[in-house]
Every structure is written in structure tokens, then in C-alpha cells.
Design a binder for this molecule. Sequence first.
Ligand code: ADP
Ligand code: MG
Length: 484
Amino acid sequence: PSSGLTGSQQARLSSLARDLACMNGLLLKDNPASSSSGSAAPDRCMMAPITLVPSSFSKEAFNQAVELQALFNSLYHRVSRDHNFLCRVIPPAAESDSFLSALWDMYQTVRQSGADQPITLALNRADYMLDEEAGLKQVEINLMASSFGGLAQRLSTVHRQVMSAAGVSERQLAHRLPDNRPAETFGEAFIQAFKLYGRPEAAILFVVSPDERNIFDQRTLEAEIYAADASSDSPVHVPQILRRSFDQIASSARLEESSGRLYLADQEVAIVYYRHGYSPDHFSDPAGVAWSAKLLMERSRAIKCPSLAYMLANTKAVQAALCEPGAVARYLPGKSAKVEATFVDQCVLSDSRAHRWLLADPEDFVLKPQREGGGNNIYGRDVVDFASRLTTRQSAAYILMRRIRPQQQVSLMLKADQRLSRRPEMPLCVSAISELGIYGALVAKNNSERLNCSAGHVLRTKSAFTDEGGVATGFSCIDTVYLV
Ligand code: ADP
Ligand code: MG
């Protein structure tokens, strides 16, 4: 929809969109590294990078992704409960990856201790790109710290108003802009899981980074948890949502061995929601305080979102293993074809296929380690060079994935600090590609699913000429879909 806008419309709408973005809390905390003292004032914010208007996206492919979400939720729930499958897939990948190996050890320790977490709360996001030739293809699935649901919900409000100011009719908007409330749905899932836990006086704990910039995304979810409780049939009046770093947890957490209950000081915790702890540098303190804090929480009955089993299921190694013929069908009998249709060729780098693929065309592949959070992948010609320096054992920790090639479209981007651009009142006009994220929520008691739904979307749109994404890193803008 950006193509029909004249220069003066773009300037007028940009001014409106910037104001609405700030008014609606589409913000990031200031980057401490950008201030001269190295620590940002706690109340200093900047606008999150957003697109001026939503990007066109195929309605058919969007609906396909939305319909798949409940299947993906079930698939990964079942994978996480399949100990034998994890035993087959994880150890080879963990052998030369010390982070994955530490998670695997902890998973086994906790399992052997007999600790059990009967209730599952899963807040997922499946990421796709729309390949020009092959259609909707999965990039990855996120089962941990799936972010931007709060900001995407806010951006949908802003985009609707900007489109309306651009002269698009209400009828068109209702047709083109899907209802989008990921944080609201996640809030409802939280309350449902909380009620299943059955301890109304217990708190919810967010495990957070001490210097989180994407804080308003998380605060949106907090507000939606309280709102979901207040509007539910039988409110439980969730007493508190605590935000704590691993350090803080280490100094006040306690496990009641007889009951398996988790306490922070005297406050029982029903749900541990991790927005931190998915990357080795989150555990880099030399004394191992973060690892001890995590182990204590994992040994408790509290609902961990995600559990260790989910973290293992979330690895790229599992994603590749699920591409083997028949793998998905074991978990989704009769329904696997639709899911598999979104997979592109991928395998562990130590597999003989990987060698053949790289010989044929290295530019057509992405190499991924077992990491989350962006910035870890290797692309194109670098792959061959990098791969040639790995031993077979090391290469089992990487997956090679065929590159998805989405169509480019012109995107009008608004970034916080465009003062240096020649025309700061104008959006940046960029040839861009988009990645669609579909949120999904699942609540279960053991095998029995109590809630399983799709929960809205986010687009992340970036220049077609950068390989990596990342909103916080400044490569990508948050965006929503305009269905065509
Ligand atoms: P992470 O867990 O670090 O987010 P991803 O698998 O999502 O890892 O990869 C990061 C980024 O790399 C994606 O957001 C996407 O922009 C790009 N990317 C990953 N896989 C592919 C692929 N198969 N084809 C094209 N781009 C990809
Ligand atoms: Mg990703």
C-alpha cells in the first residue's frame, strides 16, 4: 500500500505515525551503549523502528499460517514429551556445543530427580517467509521468549489509524487488516494456566534481563494478564507479577523439597516466564549464579514457560530432525502433510546431503548453530569456508538450510533517529523483505490440551540486502500485514 502515496502524503502520515507510535507505547528503552556515560537514564525511550504503513501479504498464505498454528503447537508439545526422540537428536548436537550440553545435562538431572511439571503454558511464534516460487516456508519456531506480541498489537492500532488518515475506507480496512491481539491472547493463556495450578495466592515471575530494552512489549503482556483475569468468569486476582534477574532470583529463591513448591522470599511462584536465559551470554557470570538459579526453578513444580524439554524441542537440531520423512506424522497422524509443506530442505551439517548441497550451490543455503536471538547465522560463500574448518563432530552442531527467497517490496520505514538523513521528515524508502510471525498459545495438563489457538501476528521487515534480521539491532522494523 505504500506505493500510492505522494511525497507530501508520506511526510504528513509520517508525522502522524510517529506521534501515534509514541502515544501508543511503541517504544524501546534507550540503548545504554549510545549514551556517553554508558548507562541510559531509566526513563529515556525511543520510538521502536516501525513501517509507516502495513506491508502487502498474500491473504491465502496468511490464512494458511494461521490455520497451521494449532498443529505446530500440538506438534511441539508432543515432541517435548518424547524423551526418546530428544535422546536421539540432542546429544550429537550437544557434543561440541557447551551451552546445549549444559541444558541437556540439566534436563537429565531434573528428570532423574523425579521433579514434574504437569501443567504446560506454551507461548510460541512460528516464523515464515513467503518464497516467491515455493510459497509459505518456515524459517524457525520460537517456543521461548517469543517477543513483539505486545508491540505488534499496539502497531495494529497505529497502522489502522494511519491507513484511515491515508483515505482507506473502513470497509477496506476491516477486510485487509486482520484482528491482531497477541498479548491479549497470551494474557488469557497465562490466566488459564494459573488457574490450573490451583494456588490463587501465588505470584507470576518474569525472568528478565537486567538491561532489557524491549520492556514495553513485556509490560503490555503484564497488563494483559491482569486484564484477562479481571474479565474472566471467576477472577483469581493474581496477586503479583514479579520481574527478577537470575541474580535476584539466586539470592531469594527457595524450593520447598517436600511439596516441590517454589518461593521467592515468602511469595510462592506459580508460573516462571522466561524472557531471558536463551543464550550462553545470559549465563556468563563466572560463579555460575544464573545456572544455579535456573536449576532451582527447574526442580520445582512451578509452571516454567518454557520447560527445559521445550527449550530442547526449540533447537534447530529438532527442526531439522522433524524434516525427516515420517517424523511429523508420528506426532500428527493424518495431519502432517500441511505442516511438512512449509518445510525447506535442511539437515545437520555432518549429513552427507549437506556436502552435496554445498557443492551444487553454496549461495542457496544458510548455516545455523544451535542458538536463538539472531545474529548467529552464516550465509552464502562464507558457509563453505566456515564448514571446511569444522571437524565432523563439530559440524553435528550446525544445520544447513535452504535459503527462502521472498519477493521484495518497497517499504517506508520510520526509525527513531533520522535527524542525520537529508530529509528527516520523510520515511526511509527501502527495498525490503518481510518475515511473518504467527503467535500461538497452548495450555495443557500432561497430554490433555486445554487451550490451543493461534494468537495474532507480527511482520518483521528489513532491507532486502541484509541477511540478518533483528529489531533491537536496528536491522528490522516491526510491521503488520495488509492482506491482498
Ligand atoms: P534465530 O533463532 O537467531 O532468530 P533464525 O532461524 O530465525 O534464527 O534466523 C535469523 C534470521 O536469518 C531470520 O530472521 C531470517 O531473516 C534469516 N534466515 C534464517 N533462515 C533463513 C532461510 N532459510 N532463508 C532466508 N533467510 C533466513
Ligand atoms: Mg528467528
